[in-house]
Ligand binder design. Sequence first.
Ligand code: SF4
Length: 328
Amino acid sequence: MALADAYPYDVFTDPVSTKWNEKPYHSLDYMLRQRFGEKVYKVTLNGGMSCPNRDGTIGRRGCIFCSEGGSGDFAADASLSITDQINSQIKILSGKRPIRKYIAYFQAYTNTYAPVGYLEKIFTEAIHHPAVAALSIGTRPDCLGEEVFTLLEALNRQKPVWVELGLQTIHERTAQYIRRGYPLSCFTKAVRELRERGMEVIVHTILGLPGETQKDILDTMDYLNAMDIQGIKLQLLHVLSGTDLALDYEKGLFQVYTREEYLNLLIDCLEHLSPSIVIHRMTGDGPKDLLIAPLWASRKREVLNLLHHCMKERQSFQGKRYHPSLKQ
Ligand code: SF4
C-alpha cells in the first residue's frame, strides 16, 4: 500500500507532499527541496558564545550529557569570521557535489547568550551571505529576551529564521537529573513568543534519558504535538567521554538501548508525532572519538536503512497514531 493511500489526514495542500519523497516520515531533506526547490545543506557555525549552564550563571558542569564542545562538536572554528566559517565549509561541501544553497546553523553552546549588538552583527553577516537560504539558531529558552525576539523578527523578514530549543524532555524529574536548568513553563512560553513573531521552532529531544520509560518519552511527543512547533530532533542518548553522564554509566546506574530497542521506540515516536512536524534528526551526531555508548550508533547509515526496513514491515508512517484533535 502506498503511503499516500494509507495516510488518513489531509494536512498538506500539495498532494505530492503526502509521499514525503517516498520516505514514511516528513524528512528535513524533503521539506528543504519542497521549500527551496533544490537540495540544501547545512553549514555549522560557531559564534564564540558560552552557555549559562557552563559559565556559572546557572551551573559550571553543563547539562549532564554535554561534551566540552557544548553540543557543537562539529561547528567551525570560532576564531574565524562568520563569512570565513561559511566559505570554508562551502568549499569542502561543494567540492563533492554542486550545492547552491545552505542553512547557516549556529550550533555551538547557546547562540543567543551575548549582547544583542553582537548577535545582530554575526546573524546579519550570516544572513547576508549570498549562499545562505535560512538561519538556524540553537539556544536555550531562558536566553531569549525581548531584544532578541525583536532582532530575530527583523531577520526573519529577510530570510527564514529557525530557532532550535534544547528541551530534551517534558519531565521535571529528568530535567533536574540532566541539570537542564529551566522549567518546562519557560520552554512553553518561549515557543509561544517565537511563534507570535513568526519564527519557526525546532525542538531537540533525547530518547533514552536515564529513568525515562517509553510512556514518558511518548508523553513528550504528545506534549509537543499540542504545541505550535515546526520541527523536531529525535536524538538517541549518547554517552560521551568526559561527561558526568559517562560517570553514571560506568557506575552501572543506567543502560543504553540496543539498536532494536531504539528502532522500535523511534518508530513509536514517529507514529505519535503530527505529520506536519518536520523530522530534523533521528539518531545522533555525537563525535565518534568521544562516543562510549551505544557503539552501534556510530554506524548511522546502517541504522537509518534498518529503520526504513522496519517501518515498511510494520506498515508504519509518521502520524499513524496521531489525530488532529490532539493539536490545540
Ligand atoms: S544548554 Fe546546551 S551548551 Fe549548555 S550545557 Fe546544556 S547542552 Fe551544553
